[in-house]
Design a protein around this ligand. Structure first.
Ligand code: GUN
Length: 296
C-alpha cells in the first residue's frame, strides 16, 4: 500500500479562509474586529521567526495584530503587568506568550495569569481542566490541527484505536483528550512504554509527538493506519541540513493508509488553528455564534 498524503499546507489555507470569512462577518454584522496579542521576551531567532509569521497571517485574515517585544531581562512583575493590561483591553481577544521564556521567568505563573477566555494557546490550567472534563475550552493549537485533519480524513473517529506517542502538556496529553472526546480508544505511549512497536501496531491512528527524528519505522505501522507526524527535527544528512519528522516517512508511507509529511503536514496547521482560536475567543467574548468547523 502507498499512503495518501494529507496535505497540511492546503488544509491550513482552507482553515485560514474560513477564519477570514468569519472575521468579515463579525465586521459587517457587528462592527467587531478580532485582535491577537503576541508577547515575545528576548531575541531567540526561532521565536522571532514564529512571531513574525503569526503577525503576518493575523493581518492577512483581517484581524488586528498586537506585538509586544520585551527585553530578555524583563522582570516577572513587568511581564505580569503587561498581561494584566492585555486581559483588560477590549480590542484584544487572544493573548499568546511565546515559549520558551527566559529561565528567570516562571512559565506556569505567567501562562496562568492570562484570562482563560483569551488563552488562545489553551495552556491555562482552567482550559486544561475544561478539556479534561469534556467542556467548552480553548484547545491547544497543534492537537486541534491534528484533530481537524483526522476528522476531515475519517469523518467519524468513533471506536478507532488511537496511539499517541509522547506525553507533553502541549501536544501528547491534550491530543489524547481530544481523541477520547471523539470516542477513540486511546493509548498514550512514552519513553517507558513496554513493547512500543507492539502497542503502535494496534493503532488505526498514530500521532507521533516525541521530538526524536524518524523514530517510528514502517514495520511498527498497521497496514492502512493513519499516521500524523507532529515532529519537526533538524538533522544533517549527506552534508545537508534537513527537516524530518518523528516517523520515518519513506517506510511508513509504504504501509500506512494516510500520512502527514514533514514539512507541509501538521506545521502549517498550528498557526491556522491559532487564528481559529482567536476568532472563536472573540465570538464567545461577544456572545455570538462560534465559527463552524474551527473548534473541537
Ligand atoms: N513556542 C513554540 N510553539 C509555541 C506555541 O504553540 N505556543 C507558544 N506560546 N509558544 C510556542
Amino acid at each position: 500500500m502507498t499512503a495518501s498524503v494529507i496535505d497540511g499546507k492546503a488544509f491550513a489555507a482552507t482553515v485560514r479562509s474560513k477564519v477570514a470569512a468569519h472575521v468579515a462577518r463579525l465586521k459587517t454584522d457587528h462592527n467587531i474586529t478580532p485582535g491577537l496579542a503576541v508577547v515575545l521576551v528576548g531575541e531567540d531567532p526561532a521565536s522571532q521567526v514564529y512571531v513574525r509569521s503569526k503577525g503576518k497571517m493575523t493581518v492577512e485574515v483581517g484581524m488586528k495584530s498586537f506585538e509586544h517585544k520585551l527585553d530578555v531581562e524583563t522582570s516577572e512583575t513587568d511581564l505580569l503587568a503587561l498581561i494584566d493590561t492585555l486581559n483588560n483591553d477590549p480590542e484584544v481577544h487572544g493573548i499568546l506568550v511565546q515559549l520558551p521564556l527566559p529561565d528567570h521567568l516562571d512559565s506556569d505563573l505567567v501562562i496562568n495569569s492570562i484570562d482563560p477566555a483569551k488563552d488562545v494557546d489553551g495552556f491555562h490550567i482552567s482550559n486544561v481542566g475544561l478539556l479534561g472534563t469534556g467542556q467548552k475550552s480553548m484547545v491547544p493549537c497543534t492537537p486541534l490541527g491534528c484533530l481537524m485533519m483526522l476528522r476531515d480524513h475519517h469523518g467519524s473517529l468513533s471506536g478507532k484505536n488511537a496511539v499517541v506517542i509522547g506525553r507533553s502538556n502541549i501536544v501528547g496529553k491534550p491530543m489524547a483528550q481530544l481523541l477520547l472526546n471523539d470516542s477513540c480508544t486511546v493509548t498514550i505511549a512514552h519513553s517507558r512504554t513496554a513493547d512500543l512497536p507492539g502497542v503502535v501496531r494496534q493503532a488505526d491512528i498514530v500521532v507521533a509527538a516525541v521530538g526524536r527524528p524518524e523514530m517510528v519505522p514502517g514495520d511498527w505501522i498497521k497496514p492502512g493506519a493513519t499516521v500524523i507526524d507532529v515532529g519537526i527535527n533538524r538533522i544533517e544528512r549527506d552534508g545537508k541540513n534537513k527537516l524530518v519528522g518523528d516517523v520515518d516517512y519513506a517506510s511508513c508511507a509504504e504501509v500506512a493508509g494516510a500520512i502527514t509529511p514533514v514539512p507541509g503536514g501538521v506545521g502549517p496547521m498550528t498557526i491556522a488553528c491559532l487564528l481559529a482560536n482567536t476568532v472563536t475567543a472573540c465570538s464567545r467574548a461577544n456572545g455570538l455564534v462560534e465559527p463552524e468547523g474551527l473548534t473541537a
